[in-house]
Design a binder for this molecule. Structure first.
Ligand SMILES: Nc1ncnc2c1ncn2[C@@H]1O[C@H](COP(=O)(O)OP(=O)(O)OP(=O)(O)O)[C@@H](O)[C@H]1O
Ligand SMILES: [Mg+2]
Length: 355
């Protein structure tokens, strides 16, 4: 019995049928907070062996996978009505709440404040950029960097890869990185240079980053769908998607396909938000810009992807070139002041300007 339990705790993909039910209930009949890995799909109300099998075939192997999926997607995957798909998802979330993995549906603000204390911040490598973000990039949120080519989006991503491995008290997240590269611009040599220039062990940093090169929008959708599993596998505390829009933008070009594109982006982004909150991880996405010709005053560039990305990312930062330097401006945030700062790109990745 002990062997089976140990296996469940270390391997989220273990076949639930390997456990007899008495064993599993003894694990959960406690009010202590437990990790989501301790829970089995079959412990969810209304999920029997047949449904569990269907879910597994659809790639949903843990309660967490089920809790973060969307009803529309699940209905298609397991060939059920949207209502019963939604009921499974809600039952999964209920089980997570009862096991104290997820917070209750309604909680008082002091509890939320307490929960935000478990939030971590990852340093960007530049003090001024960190100040703009009030201490670094937050977990439990999706942070979007957008700007024209060469504005420093991918440089920020590379620098974050080096920072995330560092201990928490040194501005890192002490965790793994998943880098989803849709533009083919990830360069291990550059990461190596940044790590070296910052005095980190480059080998440790490189080994800590799992790269996934993505070639088309369906591939990206598939990877995001299974992201929960990869986060567990790589013990990731930081997920980067550089960029969120390029593939969808290229493939869904005409006006007629716009609604479809937006709906697909919408489901990716909502999944990302749920993952960030549930796993307490940092999610960074980059976005391109488009020119808006109807602007008479001020800067005519705006983020691509329309309202879908704008409304879903928690924080949006606009990057601009300014001579040799870069300007970062907080565009949208529930609580940051809308200020701007300057930073530079050098061998350390993104860095502060020399005084
Ligand atoms: N090793 C380096 N040292 C100094 N500056 C560098 C170095 N590597 C890259 N840069 C600067 O970073 C710029 C590229 O920035 P980055 O790749 O982040 O652009 P981006 O915003 O991701 O653009 P795109 O939209 O094309 O992906 C280069 O133009 C260069 O100015
Ligand atoms: Mg780039």
């Amino acid at each position: 019995m002990t062997d089976k339990k140990t296996k469940v705790q270390t391997d989220p993909h273990v076949d639930p049928s390997e456990l007899d039910n008495n064993d599993s209930t003894t694990i959960y009949n406690t009010n202590e907070k437990m990790s989501a890995i301790d829970l089995e799909i079959q412990d969810i109300d209304g999920v029997g062996p047949t449904t569990a099998k269907k879910l597994k075939e659809a790639g949903i192997v843990s309660v967490m996978d089920l809790a973060v999926t969307s009803a529309e997607q699940l209905a298609v995957d397991i060939n059920s009505s949207k209502d019963s798909a939604a009921a499974f998802i809600m039952a999964a979330q209920k089980l997570l709440r009862e096991s104290n993995v997820l917070e209750k549906e309604f909680v008082t603000a002091d509890f939320v404040l307490e929960k935000r204390k478990s939030m971590l911040r990852c340093s960007t490598g530049s003090k001024s950029l960190d100040e703009l973000l009030l201490g670094g990039i937050e977990t439990q949120a999706v942070t979007e960097f957008y700007g024209e080519f060469g504005s420093g989006k991918s440089q920020i991503c590379h620098t974050l890869c080096a920072m995330a491995k560092q201990p928490i008290n040194e501005g890192g997240l002490d965790g793994g990185v998943i880098y989803i590269d849709t533009e083919g611009t990830f360069r291990p040599e550059r990461l190596n240079q940044i790590a070296r220039a910052r005095g980190f062990d480059p080998m440790l940093v490189l080994k800590n980053v799992a790269i996934c090169k993505v070639y088309n929008s369906s591939h990206l959708e598939l990877i995001v769908k299974d992201l929960g599993r990869y986060i567990n596998e790589f013990n990731a505390k930081l997920v980067i998607i550089d960029s969120i829009i390029s593939l969808h933008r290229a493939e869904f070009a005409g006006r007629g396909t716009l609604a479809d594109r937006q709906q697909r982006l919408n489901s990716i982004l909502h999944k990302l938000i749920r993952l960030a909150e549930i796993f307490n991880i940092v999610i960074v996405i980059t976005n391109q810009v488009q020119s808006s010709p109807d602007t008479f005053f001020g800067d005519p560039t705006k983020a691509a992807g329309g309202n879908v990305i704008g409304h879903t990312s928690t924080y949006r930062i606009y990057l601009r070139k300014s001579g040799e330097n870069r300007i970062a401006k907080m565009i949208d945030s529930p609580y940051h002041p809308y200020s701007d700062i300057r930073f530079t790109v050098n061998e350390k990745g993104v860095d502060d300007l020399e005084k």
